[in-house]
Ligand binder design. Structure first.
Ligand code: FAD
Length: 659
């Protein structure tokens, strides 16, 4: 085994972390034990090593005592490795002549016995002291960063992130798979708790996006492939045909009137099938871009051929209709990506006991959002499928949320949007409204006040989960909600004209594909996972890919907008640095030993290895230093900075050998 050049002079620093470490680990004893280790010329303990005075102590000692290596025993490297490397570098030696020992998360926080925790701290420090002798000087590498950003998903999260970046002077590609941006918010009439008109806040932002010189909107588009790395992502975008030339269409909508179909026959997606649309249509009046779209499934031109082609006729001057359009692709390069792909509502028919799809009186909350909306299928009137106006309405909370059979998590917005819908339905119909809830969750600014307001308006609140929804006897068209009222301690059977199911929020159906395309992770509920819930809530484990909005987990509009702003700020900070500093703890190939067997290529989870001229080559920018290839290489041709054999073996020996 290689010996270090001479015996470096090592300084050891033991942190109390207030009482976090010092209450379980005898720090004075640990300090004294470290002093006697070979190579250690100085050992100190200090209340907060991460504080400015703590760091100054290290810098001072490097100069005063000629330290050549530093070991700090404190918290997790995730929190302060950078801090101490910085201090070591400023002290005048290579920042990588440093090793951190975690005696908090790995020791004091998980043990009660002071003697045992102290012995463990000694073992860990001994291991670090032995390994740090072998550390080689390393330099972080810099790569330039492309200043453009891609935002995927044009809901309120994507819109806000795109505008924030564009206003800061960055070029943004906004990719939306639907014919218009807007997402779910575009479907709402009012938003809780302030009841402000959703369109009045959203549409100005949508218009700004369309008009912004720094934003290129790509609707009916999806990301098909992402290659490259942070600062230099190559993104292949697939554009589905609209059969209308975007630049030529002025949104006059005359083609829709002219279509040979007098009335629409196709369920209107935006109204969730509560109305019909023509084969040529605009998704909703405020759609951006204000460009019509042709549905090839419904348009007869694509089947038998349309003899009249009246849409083409009325558009003769602009010539915007193009039945020949095909799928096209674009490849763009960006430095960072923000994912804002949102959520899908829980599919209510998965719980047959609530009768959705079977009983006409049962609606989902999103359908009711469209019913109460002035631009919805009934122009804001609450007219049921049978043409009547309800005089009694039951709203059932937690459909597909807080239930071990569907989703265990709380969808966070359903209590509040149910209160909103109760208010709006009461206002429009003066019906008796019954809300069946498990727990009323209103923890937001103005939320509890809104709940009190709705209660004062005469809405009845029943604490209990509805077990069954069934038709009332006698063919009345009404349905009965059966629930156990847990406050009154009795079973209730309440007949109503209309049922609203407060469906929860779920990940998009293609979240797993998107996850794979962008090389990020999903949590147990299927939503995208942030790098750290507290310290990196909008970052992912893939550098340069950020999260915004409900794709990361259920959230309301204020939280979505706040998170989108944070994601944009993170992307800006990354880009404005002009370059990225890369950790040098990457793997490298010893060319003479490589047989080109390709074992490493398939093992690398970051696609960082390729074979060039029969030898493995590691892309340092993509390599995350996980060590998989090092362990897998049958000829021992791959090594890794900071994880050389000597360093690892010495560390193991240090833990095991009580010298
Ligand atoms: C019934 C109901 C009522 C609600 N009422 C309120 C309310 O009153 N107040 C409030 O604060 N919150 C309310 N919410 C919550 C609100 O809907 C969300 O906070 C908000 O929509 C989240 O915005 P988003 O942009 O993250 O996601 P979304 O609105 O879901 O937008 C995501 C966008 O990304 C697009 N997309 C998805 N996948 C891809 C892909 N692979 N490629 C390209 N584009 C893609 C989608 O087409 C969509 O346009 C309500 C929710 C529901 C279900």
């Amino acid at each position: 085994m290689r010996e270090p050049n001479g015996t470096p002079r090592i300084g050891v620093y033991v942190c109390h972390c207030g009482t976090n470490i010092a209450s379980t680990v005898d720090v004075a004893a640990v300090r004294d034990a470290a002093e006697s280790l070979p190579g250690v010329v100085l050992s100190r303990d200090y209340k907060y090593m991460c504080s400015d005075p703590g760091q100054e102590l290290i810098k001072h000692d490097i100069a005063e005592f000629g330290l050549e290596r530093v070991v700090v025993a404190s918290c997790s490297p995730c929190l302060h490795e950078e801090t101490f490397r910085g201090a070591v570098g400023e002290g005048g030696i290579n920042p990588y002549f440093f090793q951190m020992v975690n005696i908090r998360e790995h020791d004091s926080w998980v043990h009660r016995d002071i003697a045992a925790a102290t012995a463990k701290a000694n073992d860990l420090i001994r291991a670090a002291v032995r390994r740090v002798r072998f550390h080689e000087p390393l330099e972080p590498r810099r790569v330039p960063i492309d200043p453009r950003v891609m935002v995927v998903g044009g809901g309120i999260a994507g819109i806000h992130a795109a505008l924030t970046l564009a206003n800061a002077g960055k070029q943004v590609y906004l990719v939306e798979r639907e014919p218009s941006i807007g997402g779910h918010m575009a479907m709402f009439d009012k938003t809780f708790p302030t009841l402000d008109c959703a369109a009045c806040i959203l549409t100005p932002k949508m218009t700004q996006v369309r008009a912004h010189p720094n934003i290129q909107i790509m609707t009916m588009s999806e990301v098909e492939e992402v290659s490259g790395f942070v600062g230099d992502y190559r993104v292949r975008v697939k554009h589905h045909p609209r059969f209308v030339i975007e630049d030529a269409c002025v949104g006059c909508l005359e083609c829709i009137d002219a279509c040979v179909f007098r009335n629409g026959k196709t369920p209107d997606e935006f109204n969730l099938g509560l109305s019909k649309r023509k084969p040529i249509y605009i998704p909703f009046p405020q759609a951006v871009p204000q460009v019509v779209v042709i549905d090839p499934e419904a348009c007869i031109e694509f089947r038998a051929g349309c003899r009249k082609k009246t849409c083409v006729e009325v558009c003769a001057e602009r010539n915007a209709i193009d039945f020949q359009q095909e799928v096209t692709y674009d490849e763009v390069t960006v430095g960072a990506i923000i994912l804002a792909t949102g959520f899908q509502a829980f599919e209510a028919s998965r719980l047959p006991q609530y009768g959705y799809g079977r009983l006409d009186a049962v609606y989902t909350a999103l359908e009711v959002e469209r019913l109460v909306n002035a631009s919805g299928p009934t122009e804001g009137s609450i007219v049921l499928r049978d043409g009547s106006t309800p005089t009694s309405i039951g709203i059932i909370h937690c459909i597909g949320s807080r239930d071990k059979n569907t989703n265990e998590y709380c969808s966070r917005v359903c209590c509040m949007y149910s209160l909103k819908l109760a208010h709006l339905l009461k206002e429009k119909t003066d019906a008796e409204i019954y809300e069946f809830y498990i727990d009323m969750r209103t923890p937001g600014k103005g939320f509890e006040e809104f709940y009190n307001r709705v209660e004062e308006e005469g809405v009845h609140f029943i604490r209990g989960k509805v077990a069954d929804v069934y038709p009332e006897a006698g063919n009345t068209g009404r349905v009965v909600l059966q629930a156990e009222d847990t406050l009154a301690g009795m079973v209730r059977k309440i007949p109503v004209d209309m049922v609203v199911l407060a469906t929860g929020l779920e990940p998009q159906p293609d979240a797993e594909d998107v996850r794979r395309t962008f090389n990020i992770t999903c949590g147990s509920g299927g939503f995208f996972t942030e790098r750290h819930p507290k310290l990196a809530p909008v970052s992912t484990f893939t550098d340069g890919v950020f999260l915004a909005g409900a794709c990361q987990g259920p959230k309301d509009i204020p939280d979505t907008v706040a998170q989108a702003g944070a994601a944009a700020a993170e992307a800006l900070a990354l880009i404005d640095a002009g370059h990225i500093e890369l950790e040098p703890n990457t793997a490298f190939v010893v060319e003479e030993r490589c047989s080109g067997c390709r074992t490493c290529v398939g093992m690398c989870p970051f696609s960082a290895i390729s074979i060039v001229d029969g030898k493995a080559v590691i892309n340092e920018v993509l390599c995350k230093g996980c060590g998989t290839c090092v362990a897998a290489c049958p000829s021992g041709a791959i090594r890794q900075n900071l994880f050389e054999d000597e360093e690892i073996f010495e560390e193991i020996l240090g833990v095991l050998t009580h010298v």
